[in-house]
Design a protein. Structure first.
Length: 382
């Protein structure tokens, strides 16, 4: 038996109305879709910042912002990568024209700053050391952030950068650079009874070797963040020196940690020309740096007369001793001096204590040797 089901008129009316509304919404959506235009949304860590119309202009603005943190990099450094530390995404979207942000406003947002730079205005009578102590900031950092100043000559009114500005968008630059650096030579000492302890005769000159050192460097917002040695390759082997020394005692290096003038330490910087791994600039290091614990005893290399006990922003507290025959030794960055100008000292006299005064990044003794007015390699003496 077949049943014929009939729809009542009210039901038909409802169906027609629903279908009509659907068609109307579909038409409206199609119309709105036709009004949307293509744009490019800039988001940071999942948060939309703005939408611009010109993709090329946005790319140029981003590249210009990144490049602003790549100044001061030497030609020898290879740029491995430049990127934001945040997760920055540019994606194509469809928006109404009214939603576009002007490129001028977009660039202002790119260059937004969380914290402005902090400066200090030098006052009459200020020294860098006093400024560093009073403001609880390392002297080495002040000098690093202000390469244009002469640490020993600052003037009232000078502006010193204490903290660089902290941008909202952080830029990380990865570099790799290979530098040709010297390799320390060893010295063979021959005792000679006819010579005083302060006398040295070079029988055979030592010749530094050469090595290529490759560094990986990471900079954040224009300043060094990390420096890592990747490889070291010897190019030229060093040639050892042979030196005659007098038998009247002087302090000598007797182990890798006992340098005589400091009995417990380690070498952190050698004598001679050095190249900064970021700037590529060369500077002459006039002695050797021996890292040691704060307050460690510093001893006179040989008998002599104290000629200088003083302080400068670069040397910190330092002592110079004359040993006769044009020979002088210098002891820099001391925390304390224990002798006076004109005082006679014997070999091994305790003259001061290790510190980190002046232009110093940590507790150490800078030991230098001067012969007839010229800086000599301390390795020829200790």
């Amino acid at each position: 038996m077949k049943f014929k089901r009939k729809l009542k008129p009210p039901v038909i009316i409802v169906i027609v109305l629903i279908f009509g509304a659907f068609l109307t919404n579909l038409a409206t959506s199609a119309y709105k879709e036709s009004l949307l235009v293509k744009g490019y949304r800039f988001s940071v860590d999942g948060e939309p910042w703005f939408v611009v119309e010109d993709k090329t202009a946005l790319a140029d603005a981003i590249e210009k912002y990144r490049a602003s943190y790549m100044t001061g990099i030497g030609e020898q450094a290879k740029i491995v990568g430049v990127d934001f530390t945040q997760n920055v995404v540019v994606e194509e979207v469809k928006v109404e024209k009214e939603e576009f942000t002007s490129m001028e406003t977009a660039e202002q947002m790119l260059y937004a700053v969380e914290e402005p730079a902090v400066y200090y205005t030098v006052k009459s009578g200020d020294t860098l050391w006093d400024i560093a102590i009073a403001n609880d900031i390392k002297l080495s950092r002040i000098i690093l952030l202000n390469p244009q100043i002469n640490p020993d000559k600052i003037w009232a009114g000078n502006q010193l950068l204490f903290e660089p500005m902290n941008p909202v968008l952080d830029v990380e630059v990865k570099l790799q650079t290979t530098l040709r650096e010297p390799v320390e030579y060893t010295t063979q000492y021959l005792q000679d009874k006819s010579l005083l302890a302060t006398q040295r005769i070079i029988v055979k000159k030592g010749v530094e070797g050469e090595k290529d050192v490759t560094y990986d460097i990471v900079m954040e917002n224009g300043y060094e963040k990390t420096v890592t040695v990747v490889t070291e390759k010897e190019i030229v082997a060093p040639v050892g020196a042979v030196v005659k020394v007098g038998t009247k005692r002087t302090l000598v290096r007797i182990s890798s940690s006992n340098f005589g003038v400091v009995s417990s330490g380690r070498l952190t910087s050698n004598f001679g020309w050095r190249t900064d791994p970021i700037s590529g600039k060369k500077a002459f290091h006039t002695g050797i740096d021996i890292a040691a614990a704060y307050g460690s005893a510093v001893y006179s290399y040989a008998s002599g007369t104290v000629t200088t006990v003083s302080y400068t922003n670069m040397r910190g507290y330092y002592i110079t001793i004359s040993h006769g025959n044009g020979l002088q030794t210098t002891y820099l960055h001391l925390s304390r001096t224990l002798v006076k100008v004109g005082q006679s000292v014997n070999v091994g006299t305790k003259i001061g204590q290790v510190g980190s005064t002046g232009y110093s990044t940590g507790n150490h003794l800078h030991f230098g040797v001067i012969k007839n007015g010229n800086y000599m390699s301390p390795w020829d003496y200790i």
